[in-house]
Design a protein around this ligand. Structure first.
Ligand SMILES: Nc1ncnc2c1ncn2[C@@H]1O[C@H](COP(=O)(O)OP(=O)(O)OP(=O)(O)O)[C@@H](O)[C@H]1O
Length: 599
């Protein structure tokens, strides 16, 4: 024998209120949505029909407050009451002759159950516009899953009334101010009036509509109104307001540009209306990932919401809508770059770090923004656009210390070298040839820069031979070889450069100085193992520098040692290398010695 499932309505309502309805307040949304859908359905059979919704608050003394929502929509016949109102999960909006699918907001056939979260019972009085001679129908449903239906003898205009009575503990949701606030929030964009009636007072609560659809005398006025609207919606003084539109999804609205860099990994929550009814202010999946710097308010007429109303279904329509929103934003940015460069610069100043991160991942963003992005270079801060005006060869140093070491020398040679030691920079520069195929990108180090150094003549080399040999001896404990060249700037007496191995030894030595005896033994062994590569750094004297020229003639060994050591320490400091204890001692002794000499 076959049996039918039984449904425990209370259980279903609890389930829905925990998982689908984010708060009990959404009952107002569901009631308004049903009214809007009913008016839309009536519009299909009576194209000139003008919609009207009333919300009446009753506050009877000593009894729970009540809310009556009345619409002049299509109404329901007695059969439809049994079929659609009384069957959970069945909706009149999914198919059938009265439906032009896509015009309605509801689709699941569960919305009305949200009223049971705030009201013990639901009374619906309805009259179908399709059967004007039929009697109105009254449907009374209880949260325990029972309902009664009867025909009424009184006559009504076609439409529907829904009566709710506050459950104990839910009275606050029925107070006129709260109802007004909720109805304004959910129905603010509706193109016909929602009237709130309390006693004798009647208040139209949705005057204004969507501000981005208004006509303005000029662009400035429009900006002012939209930015004020953004402030009202999100409590933020936005940088700019950009109209957005997509044919697919039938979407329009406004994107507000954030005036600050949003924290990494935070997804902005967008305020979304569906067919002019508020859907959610927490929709996350509407924008392309790269548009992290905006927060939007939009209305979509042709996207499918999930049952929770917190996001849209990931379908091809949503994907295409996302692309169209991206296009609106791209157009704005291109426009900004071309017509309002000063504003673009301010935009970049706020968002460049995040844009760099995104440009690494996304070729399109890279193409769009690269020219505007700032980089530290040996010639000062420059945008990439300025940089590539100067040269087709993009030279960069992949770490900050190496950059410090060569920046002055590169600058003196008028060589723009980018410091790509900051987050994302090196990865971003690696992508440059994809975006600008005529540019070459190379990672350089101090040896590349010093290639432009001039050698001394043979005669000069002969003259400084002894000096260099002595300097080499003085520098040997520091694993440093000495050479002599001519380079710019002349004020720079010497340049210290080291390769990766050299950097390793320097850090090894510093660790040994602070390590305990056991570890310093281990570290000792490690450094001894590599006796072969004793010189891992170069110290290059600049014979354009008058001090160095003078130094090469000094015969006094003590003076010479101190001077070479001091130049060495100074070069380390210029290159931002942390000094070892030995090097610090040299600096100390040298300075004190010099002070002593001058007294
Ligand atoms: N104000 C109304 N006027 C006419 N019909 C209504 C009204 N309210 C509800 N109905 C009918 O009751 C059915 C069930 O409504 P319910 O709100 O539960 O679901 P829905 O609106 O179809 O879908 P969803 O669960 O997505 O809101 C609707 O499909 C509609 O036929």
């Amino acid at each position: 024998m076959e049996h039918k499932f039984q449904i425990n309505l209370r259980g279903i309502i609890d389930l829905l209120s925990e998982h689908i309805y984010s708060s009990p307040e959404v009952y107002v949304r569901e009631l308004l949505q049903n009214a809007v859908d009913a008016i839309t359905a009536r519009g299909h059979v009576e194209p000139d029909h003008v919609g009207d919704i009333q919300m009446e608050c009753h506050l009877p003394k000593g009894k729970p407050p009540m809310l009556v929502v009345t619409d002049n929509g299509i109404g329901l016949t007695i059969d439809e009451v049994h079929t659609f109102l009384s069957t959970i999960g069945l909706s009149s909006k999914k198919g059938g002759e009265q439906t032009r699918s896509g015009d309605f907001i509801g689709q699941f056939g569960i919305g009305i159950l949200s009223s049971f979260v705030v009201s013990e019972d639901i009374v619906v009085i309805t009259k179908s516009a399709k059967e004007p001679t039929a009697k109105p129908v009254e449907w009374r449903a209880k949260g325990d899953g029972t309902y009664t239906v009867k025909e009424l003898d009184r006559d009504f205009e076609p439409g529907t009334q829904v009566w709710l009575t506050a459950k104990p503990g839910r009275e606050d949701l029925f107070q006129p101010d709260r109802v007004k606030m909720l109805a304004r929030n959910y129905g603010g964009l509706l193109p016909y009036p929602i009237r709130l009636i309390v006693g004798k007072t009647v208040d139209v609560i949705n005057e204004g509509g969507a501000p981005w659809r208004d006509r303005f005398a000029n662009e400035k006025d429009r900006q002012k109104v939209l930015l004020a609207y953004g402030r009202e919606m999100f409590g933020i003084d936005f940088f700019d307001a950009v109209p957005i539109r997509s044919e697919v999804g039938k979407l329009d609205g406004v994107a507000f540009i954030l005036p600050f860099t949003p924290a990494a990994n935070t997804r902005r929550k967008h305020r979304v209306y569906l067919k002019n009814m508020f859907l959610s202010d927490a929709v996350e999946n509407l924008l392309p990932d790269w548009a992290f710097f905006v927060q939007v308010v939009v209305n979509a007429n042709d996207l499918r919401p999930t049952a929770s109303r917190e996001s849209f279904y990931e379908d091809s329509k949503l994907a295409k809508t996302r692309i169209a929103i991206g296009d609106s934003l791209r157009k704005y940015l291109i426009d900004l770059a071309e017509k309002r460069p000063e504003k673009m610069r301010r935009f970049i100043a706020v968002h460049h770090r995040a844009i760099k991160g995104l440009a690494v991942e996304d070729d399109e963003v890279c193409r769009l923004f690269l020219d505007w992005l700032p980089f530290e270079t040996s010639l000062g801060e420059m945008t990439f656009g300025d940089y590539r005006q100067a040269t087709d060869r993009v030279r960069y140093v992949p770490n900050v210390d190496a950059f410090r070491q060569i920046a002055r020398v590169a600058a003196a040679q008028n060589l723009p070298v980018i410091n790509a030691g900051y987050l994302h920079d090196a990865e971003l520069l690696a992508k440059v040839p994809d975006v600008f195929p005529h540019l070459t990108v190379e990672s350089v180090d101090s040896t590349t820069v010093t290639q432009d150094f001039d050698d001394l003549t043979d005669a000069e080399l002969d003259a400084v031979h002894d000096f260099l040999a002595t300097a080499e001896q003085i520098l040997r404990p520091f694993r440093c070889s000495a050479e002599a060249k001519r380079f710019k700037p002349a004020e720079l007496p010497a340049l210290y450069s080291t390769n990766n191995e050299g950097r390793f030894f320097r850090s090894l030595e510093q660790s040994r100085e602070v390590a305990n005896p056991l570890w310093s033994g281990v570290l000792d062994n490690m450094s001894r193992r590599d006796k072969a590569s004793l010189t891992t750094a170069q110290f290059c004297f600049n014979f354009n520098n008058s001090l160095v020229q003078k130094l090469a003639t000094v015969k006094d060994a003590k003076k010479l040692t101190r001077a070479v050591q001091m130049l060495y320490v100074q070069a380390l400091l210029l290159g931002h290398h942390p000094l070892s204890a030995k090097e610090l001692a040299i600096l100390n002794d040298g300075l004190l010695g010099m002070v002593d000499d001058s007294l």
